[in-house]
Design a protein. Structure first.
Length: 212
């Protein structure tokens, strides 16, 4: 017996676009961002963190090219994160594991210079990405995945209102060769309106605090 349920598909295909607001700009990642990403990663020497994907300085070009290859085959849409006022590169993020047949994508490969961590930057980027995913692309669900020992990332994802789906055991290699478990989260289109209001509330609070 076949199912009568019609698969949910994207309203439009994910393609390069600039997203801006709340003091940040997300622009299509390119090789022109190599030096900017190297400088952002140097703020905190982030490539030493074993639970993130931040590239070493000498690997930045290959890191960007791999993201662009993913964009070419339709599985990724990478962005450079810029300060809206200065144009300085603050880090990078992307849509990945894009599955048009079920209107699903994930947000990941996200990292920021040390000076941007625990500021408005991550909340602003997630609001822009989620608003575009659900409001423009018509995504049915947005997912996240993170290292089981990346507790900072897990807390940040949970603050967005995402639900924990579970843990995939022995799922992937870390940069140091150890094997990690992967913690999976998701947010559905039906949950998005409440989450959008929550993120707007968080950003309003951070702006008020910054201006006090």
């Amino acid at each position: 017996m076949t199912s009568s349920v019609t698969p949910h598909r994207f309203a439009q295909r994910p393609s390069p676009i600039e997203l801006a607001g709340y003091g940040v700009r997300l622009v299509p990642l390119s090789l022109d961002h190599t030096e900017g990403l190297q400088a952002a990663a140097a703020d905190g020497e982030l490539w030493h963190l074993r639970v993130t994907s931040v590239p070493k300085p000498e690997n930045t070009t290959a890191y960007i090219q791999a993201a662009l290859d993913g964009q070419a085959n339709g599985t990724m849409l990478p962005f450079a994160v810029l300060d809206a006022d200065t144009g300085a590169v603050l880090g990078s993020t992307r849509y990945h594991d894009i599955i048009p047949e079920v209107a699903r994508l994930e947000i990941g490969y996200t990292w920021y210079a040390a000076r941007c961590q625990r500021t408005h930057v991550n909340t602003a980027c997630k609001l822009l990405l989620l608003r575009h995913a659900f409001g423009t692309l018509g995504a049915a669900v947005v997912g996240w995945r993170t290292d089981n020992f990346n507790f900072q990332s897990q807390r940040a994802i949970e603050r967005l209102g995402a639900r924990k789906d579970g843990v995939i055991r022995n799922h992937a290699l870390r940069r140091d060769g150890t094997i990690r478990d992967t913690v999976m989260y998701s947010l559905t289109a039906g949950e998005w309106p409440e989450t959008e209001h929550h993120l707007e509330y968080l950003l309003a609070g951070k702006r008020l605090k910054a201006s006090a």
